[in-house]
Write a protein that binds this ligand. Structure first.
Ligand code: ADE
Length: 237
């Protein structure tokens, strides 16, 4: 996969790719990343990238010309780029969107600043607008990295299949609690079943904990999920 990130603040974006899982995946050639400074495409000597909104109101808007030039430069050698604009006004980004995006070959992220982006850019380039949650960040860089992170870990070879299969949302439930050594910490013992070595009992305990946690914290997830007979039996008890 090729990832391009268009931003006015490359220095916010760059460090993410130099550590841990993303750095290893780049080393293994699973994806590549190109970070492009939108300001390099500004037209005037002050390298202006923002302007006042038509119609008045607070804040500034990203000027369309530098963004358009940057987008055209970045996409000129791409075949089927999916262009993403992270925005609190976007459609909700979730795990199923992450799965879909993980199958793409070319992703382009356009990070907004100020009050937003000229709408003609979004319409002209058929840009997908995604929100990562019901809160407002000061800019799009962190949201773009959240989306990148959720997507790249789903590409084959980035993390083990085992970790993916068991995690929250792959089952439609929140994940069960985890414990590691020592067996007693601050006087609190690890649940006995996890020390029993009995795999089937452990599986059932984890499923029960997942269901209880989901019911407590995210009952909305249960309404949208097709439950197995075993899950229904746990819920009814
Ligand atoms: N930019 C600012 N806030 C955002 C949000 N909640 N999601 C995506 N992009 C954003």
């Amino acid at each position: 996969m090729k990832i391009n990130i268009l931003t006015l603040f490359p220095e916010i974006v760059r460090p993410y790719f130099t550590n841990s899982i993303p750095a290893k995946a780049i080393e293994k050639d699973i994806f590549s990343v190109d970070i492009v400074n939108i300001r390099d495409f500004a037209l005037d000597k002050h390298r202006t990238c923002d302007d006042e909104p038509y119609g008045g109101g607070a804040g500034m808007v990203l000027k369309p010309e530098p963004v358009s030039l940057a987008l055209e430069k970045v996409t000129e050698n791409l075949k089927t780029p999916v262009i993403i604009y992270p925005s609190p006004a976007g459609i909700p980004f979730d795990q199923s969107t992450a799965y879909e995006l993980s199958k793409e070959k070319e992703l382009v992220f356009l990070c907004g600043r100020y009050e937003g982006l000229d709408q003609r850019i979004i319409d002209y380039y058929d840009i997908k607008e995604y929100s990562i949650g019901d809160y407002v960040l000061s800019a799009g860089e962190l949201a773009a990295l959240v989306i990148v992170d959720a997507v790249i870990r789903l590409i084959d070879g980035v993390i083990t299949n085992e970790s993916l299969r068991e995690e929250s949302f792959s089952s439609g439930l929140l994940e069960y609690p985890h414990y590691t050594r020592p067996a007693v910490f601050k006087g609190v013992p690890v649940p006995d079943v996890l020390l029993s070595g009995h795999h089937e009992n452990i599986r059932q305990w984890r499923l029960r904990k997942s269901i209880e946690r989901t019911l407590d914290r995210r009952p909305d997830l249960l309404h949208n999920k097709a439950l197995s007979e075993e899950e229904k039996a746990i819920l009814e008890n």
